[in-house]
Design a protein around this ligand. Structure first.
Ligand code: GLA
Length: 389
């Protein structure tokens, strides 16, 4: 059991007295609907059975003592619940600290400190939302420890708020929502404009979800994520001059084609095209799944990748190689990059009998072309956060 090792580490570092809680929050993979969540569109992510384990104990003073088994070289990082602000030296602890700060901003001040040990089995910086997993986990622990009256959906919104305002990444709601609201065996069809959602069973008869990790590291803060977001905002402002809409997600493909010339720059027009078409693709993909048409779902995943590559320009040679090699293999139903892009992972639906060939062929072609190895994970769809002990 992984969590027992995390608990043992906690006791070694911080002793075994008092009330110690053991918690888990998942990572997520998005099946389709990429870069639509800050454009008022739909997304279709699911929580995974891999994620972040946390062992925590409330303190009597205001001290914070944080330790991550993924960054052991950093040792125990100490700070305080007073005067929370982002600091470079605080490294990964800026995520849990950001959530504590965000609770305070929402009128739920954290008055006492805690000792916390984390261990994540999500590859770091892979685009499977290790940071959102830590954020939701922290919120879940704070609720349990201090009795704050918040729903899991609130935990998602607080996590996003902390990421936006404390950690400086203008991310949408998808990751934190997928993690806080996850349900085993289901993906979440979420309308990011209204936060209305529906659970859709993922029944892939005789097929698996395979994640291919490019091992090209990516930090959202230093990527072009915020730049894409502002390009979409420019496009929206210009198109609003000619049609009455709130978000790019309000447009059908036909309406976009009719009004797209209102967007002045070619770049912003391409970005908006992706946002509009990707949203419509997501709606079609969920309908296809409801009709048990996994083949069409896969084709829409492939089209999503092409659009992210050519119009949104967030893929890069690593992700393109993984996807283009996957497309060559019999038994691959669909394959695309997932998450923010610029590195990170791809998601593929692969027939059971083709999984081994997939890993072998895509793996060796990737190594030949890129020069280092990719990693492959056959994943399961899991539940949202839980208290394990
Ligand atoms: C990151 C962000 C999400 C979303 C995706 C792209 O994962 O955190 O909000 O924008 O990129 O779909």
């Amino acid at each position: 059991m992984i969590w027992e090792e995390v608990l043992a580490k906690f006791k070694e570092l911080f002793g075994d007295e008092g009330e110690i809680g053991v918690y888990f929050a998942p990572g997520r993979v998005n099946m389709i609907g990429e870069h639509t969540d800050y454009n008022g569109g739909h997304v279709f992510p699911c929580a995974l059975t891999i994620g972040t384990y946390g062992v925590a104990r409330k303190r009597e003073d205001k001290k914070l003592r944080f330790y991550s088994m993924n960054f052991e070289e950093l040792g125990v990082l100490e700070s305080s619940v007073e005067g929370l602000k982002p600091e470079k030296e605080a490294d990964w602890t800026n995520y849990p600290k950001g959530v504590m700060w965000a609770f305070g901003e929402k009128g739920m001040k954290v008055e006492l400190g805690m000792d916390l040990v984390l261990f994540g089995n999500i590859p770091n910086g892979s685009g499977l939302s290790s940071s959102a997993s830590v954020e939701v986990l922290t919120g879940f622990i704070l609720r349990d420890m201090f009795g704050f009256d918040v729903t899991n959906q609130d935990l998602a919104l607080i996590g996003q708020y902390s990421e936006n305002k404390f950690n400086g990444v203008n991310c949408g709601i998808m990751d934190q929502f997928a993690i806080a609201m996850g349900k085993a065996g289901h993906a979440i069809f979420l309308d990011t404009a209204t936060l209305k959602y529906e659970y859709a069973p993922i029944k892939l008869e005789n097929a698996k979800i395979v994640i291919s990790c490019s091992n090209k590291k990516r930090g959202l803060g230093d990527s072009k994520y915020n730049e894409r977001r502002s390009e979409c905002e420019t496009a929206l402002a210009e198109i609003k001059e000619v049609i009455d809409i709130q978000t790019l997600g309000d447009l059908t493909e036909e309406q976009f084609e009719q009004h797209k010339d209102a967007i002045k720059s070619d770049i912003c027009r391409k970005r908006a095209k992706h946002a509009v078409y990707e949203n419509q693709r997501t709606i079609k993909a969920v309908a296809a799944l409801q009709n048990n048409d996994v083949k069409l779902f896969g084709e829409l995943m492939n089209a999503s990748h092409v659009s992210l590559r050519d119009d949104y320009e967030v893929t890069g040679v690593e992700l393109d190689t993984l996807v283009e090699e996957a497309w060559k293999i019999d038994g691959v139903i669909g394959s695309r990059m997932t998450g923010a892009g610029f590195g990170g992972c791809t998601v593929s639906i692969v027939k059971d009998e083709a999984v081994d060939t997939f890993i072998e062929k895509v793996g060796s072609a990737y190594k030949d072309k890129i020069g280092y190895a990719a990693d492959f994970y056959v994943v399961e769809i899991g539940d949202g956060p839980v208290k394990l002990a």
